[in-house]
Design a protein around this ligand. Sequence first.
Ligand code: UFG
Length: 328
Amino acid sequence: MAVLVTGGAGYIGSHTVAELLARGEEVVVADNLQQGHRQAVLGGKLYEGDIRDAAFMDRVFQENRIDAVIHFAAHSLVGESMQNPAKYYHNNVYGTLCLLEKMNEYGVKKIVFSSTAATYGEPENVPIVESDRTLPTNAYGETKLAMEKMMRWFDTAHGIKYVSLRYFNAAGAHESGRIGEDHKPETHLIPIILQVALNQRPHISIFGDDYATPDGTCIRDYIHVTDLSDAHILAVEKLRGGGESSIYNLGNGKGFSVKEVIEIARRVTGHPIPAVMEARRTGDPAILVASSERTRAELGWKPRRDSLEQIIESAWTWHQSHPAGYAD
Ligand code: UFG
């Protein structure tokens, strides 16, 4: 049986495809290649098309024996979602509805979902546990929460079991050096810092230093992309073993401020990385740090690349060998 990976040509999707292939899984990727890169898919069968295209999805399900789906295909930028929420509702919410309807039509009853810490909004507790209040502060998080809720009702009505993985901040690159992070435009903190270290940008802009944190800059929990991939594979195994639907956080449980991330990147790269203070970006919560205790206990997940130095080093290796991303 094959695993269908929607958005498998994207950053986290492609790393998960690599790990599935390493475990001998049969992999089918569906990606519209709007954000994804053909070269990022290291194996399996790639179908180029959109999950909202019913005829396209019929072809994917009819030509393969799929028993589980890992669903990455979505837009994922907090800032952009505040400018253009319709884009997020259309691709994320309506796209997931189309996918679930097709899964139901073809009798595919297992889905692992790429969710986010942005579902929580400003946290009630630090670190955040899965039962905490979900009150997103941005449209992106709101759409991911709607997608999770949709899956819950498809489970109730049709027995489609889901594992929703709420990631904190994905970073780093695959140890093979062949795949890494390449967004156009890039908006994420660590790749932008590394572009400064490559002299592709003059400085890093820090979006706000008046948050209620020790140094005033936002705190995030950075997690290595391969550790995220491992969790997806454990989640597929759980569902194949008859596991119930569940929601899990994925983070290292340790927060770093924007200023601390820049400081570590200065040490890793040996570049001064000039920083300039700017206004807050709308929609950013001050602190997002995960408790992944439930994930460890129930999925048996253990992050193995959990120091921020290590994470930034792996990203730095990729950025140095691919200064223009996949265009190199
Ligand atoms: N930041 C800067 N300057 C930049 C870029 C980012 O100061 O040039 C700051 C942001 O304001 C934020 C932090 O660095 O405080 C991290 O920003 P990112 O854009 O790298 O990541 P986000 O925390 O906004 O969002 C990421 C993913 C989301 C996911 C979220 C979960 O993009 O999909 O992590 O924590 F939901």
